[in-house]
Write a protein that binds this ligand. Structure first.
Ligand code: NDP
Length: 292
């Protein structure tokens, strides 16, 4: 079994972005500028956004964190989104999810200008991605593709089973894996909560992408020997023995599955760090694509 080390790969990627930014600076060009909008005080969201802002600083991007109170109205948030769309100094921005219940997240995401949508959540980007046109690919699926490519994992003609069909992970990664690309050309099966006899499918998979959000769901008897296992799941599980009061768990029972897999991502240190690195990559692309 070999570990797909997302932490190390993300670090390589960040160094590449950093080198690119340093060249931009030397040429006297404006560096990429990412903004993040955070509404409320959700603990996990604060952690994610904090880590995104720190990563921007690391690679030499400008970053702006716009923190709005929990009781921000939908209209006020939409005004903020309009302002970011119109601000020529901002190359790309994200609206951190989840949003408070009184705000229609779909309405907000639709208001983000597609050319600044570095999360790749806008239908324009999703449609362009599906049609294999230039687009911002959502950071998590993009990170999985990048990891498979950098480890030169053969995917062509392989059976890839994706468990989960969400708009930000399961569905886009299933589309990407089926496309004509280096990490692609796979025969893809998409499973979800209505799938019958899921184990029979996972046992046929050469590549298994688990994105359902149920800790330790994938057990060793559900995996074909030699399979490539990608664990997208991130769940905070309460743990009184841990200083933070919780531990992060993936969707894969790592200790049981790892000996059977050819390659496997750990949690933490797998897909998570890649997601942040790909957000930086998308912001760099935004700066380049929107340069003229
Ligand atoms: P969603 O809750 O939006 O989607 C979960 C999917 O899993 C749904 O399609 C659901 O099916 C399916 N599902 C749920 N239970 C089962 C089951 N018993 N058997 C088969 N399928 C099931 O989650 P996300 O896609 O947003 O996230 C998935 C996981 O990935 C979460 O743990 C999340 O925290 C993590 N994540 C990690 C990221 C990273 O950076 N590493 C980024 C984004 C997410 P149905 O559609 O029928 O409801």
């Amino acid at each position: 079994m070999k570990l797909l080390d997302g932490k190390a790969t993300a670090q390589h990627l960040k160094e590449e972005v950093k080198a690119h930014v340093s060249e931009m600076k030397q040429r006297g060009e404006r560096v990429p500028h990412l903004a993040a909008v955070l509404v409320g005080n959700d603990g996990a969201s604060l952690t994610y956004v904090g880590s995104k802002v720190r990563s921007c600083e690391y690679v030499g991007f400008e970053s702006t964190l716009i923190q709005l109170p929990e009781d921000t109205t939908e209209a006020a948030l939409l005004e903020q989104v309009d302002a970011l769309n119109a601000d020529p100094a901002i190359d790309g921005y994200i609206v951190q999810l989840p949003l408070p219940k009184h705000i229609d997240a779909e309405k907000v995401l639709l208001a983000v200008a597609p050319h600044k949508d570095v999360d790749g959540f806008h239908p324009t980007n999703f449609g362009r991605m599906a049609l294999e046109l230039e687009a911002f690919i959502p950071a998590t699926p993009y990170g999985i593709i990048e990891l498979l490519e950098r480890y030169e994992i053969p995917t062509s003609g392989k059976h890839c089973v994706v468990v989960g069909r969400s708009a930000i992970v399961g569905r886009p990664i299933s589309i990407l894996m089926s496309q004509k690309r280096t990490a692609g050309n796979a025969t893809v099966t998409v499973a979800h909560s209505r799938t019958e006899n899921l184990e029979a499918l996972t046992r046929q998979a050469d590549i298994l992408i688990m994105a359902l959000g149920i800790p330790d769901y994938l057990k060793s008897d559900m995996v074909k020997p030699g399979a490539v296992v990608i664990d997208v799941g991130i769940t905070r599980v309460p743990d009184a023995n841990h200083p933070k009061g919780y531990v992060i768990k993936g969707d894969v029972d790592f200790d049981a599955v790892a000996p059977k897999a050819s390659y496997i991502t750990p949690v933490p240190g797998g897909v998570g760090p890649m997601t942040i690195a790909m957000l930086l990559k998308n912001t760099l692309l935004a700066r380049m694509w929107n340069a003229n």
